[in-house]
Ligand binder design. Structure first.
Ligand SMILES: [Zn+2]
Length: 255
């Protein structure tokens, strides 16, 4: 009976049916286990301008409670975010928690509006930072809830920074458009460098520092191997890799 019914099918279907094994099943959507990978130099990274860095050092240094602040962000190309300034807002602090509600946010926006370029600053408020005082800089559940609430306020992305008095600071980017959280992303401070000082030091080093000759077990001497000087082409991206002397974006890190 079964055989008779099955005989109407093609040979390729008949055998699996008879064996009760459907090896040529139709392609079917399944419960997915979505994973993410990172492409080198193609995920969010942060540059902190000296004024913002200095202010945050002082906020964290002076306050023994979980003080919070907001900051303005310049979106440079290719997922590079520049935090160019930070601001204290009116708040009540405690030892273990910090948060911002819509009300304190809009009050703060009003005070910013009075400043030069106030509207521009308000539009660029994409950074929320706070101190964990002496605790580690891992986000609390409340910190995560706070970040998710920014999505409801209509932001497309938001950066969070958590710092402590031991000098730790950790940045995360919440990308609400793509529904992604980038945790503990690389950051650097735009410390001004002096090309003049560098070249003076290189000349001084060339006149004072020489490769040693080392005596081996056999009594023979040989020179220490490897180059004495490093060129500045290292693996650490610097502000100059991204911007020219006028602060114009010049196309990225290609070391
Ligand atoms: Zn926190």
């Amino acid at each position: 009976m079964k055989q008779k019914y099955i005989s109407g099918y093609s040979q390729t279907v008949q055998k699996p049916l008879l064996d009760n094994k459907l090896t040529n099943a139709r392609l079917t959507p399944h419960d997915t286990r979505t994973r993410l990978g990172l492409i080198k130099n193609r995920y969010p990274r942060i540059i902190v301008e000296p004024i913002a860095w200095e202010k945050m050092n002082n906020y964290v240094g002076f306050c023994n409670y979980e003080v919070g602040w907001l900051g303005t962000v310049v979106e440079a190309a290719e997922d590079i975010y520049i935090i160019d300034d930070v601001f204290l807002f009116e708040q009540e602090v405690s030892a273990v928690t910090t948060s911002i509600d819509d009300e304190s946010m809009s009050e703060f926006a009003n005070t910013l509006l009075a400043e030069p370029d106030g509207l521009d600053k308000i539009n660029r408020l994409r950074f929320w930072g706070h101190s964990h005082v002496n605790m580690q800089v891992e986000p609390s559940g409340q910190d995560n809830d706070q970040m998710e609430s920014f999505a409801d306020s209509g932001y497309d992305y938001m950066i969070r920074g958590i710092a402590n008095k031991h000098g730790d600071m950790k940045f995360d980017v919440y990308d609400y458009r793509r529904g992604l959280i980038f945790s503990d992303i690389p950051w650097m401070i735009n410390i001004p460098t002096s090309a003049e000082l560098s070249s003076t030091i290189l000349s001084e080093m060339e006149s004072k520092v020489r490769l040693a000759r080392v005596r081996g077990f056999t009594g023979k001497t040989y020179k220490t191997t490897g180059p004495l000087y490093d060129d500045d082409d290292d693996d650490v991206p610097s502000y100059e890799d991204y911007f020219d002397e006028n602060g114009e974006y010049i196309g990225g890190y290609n070391d």
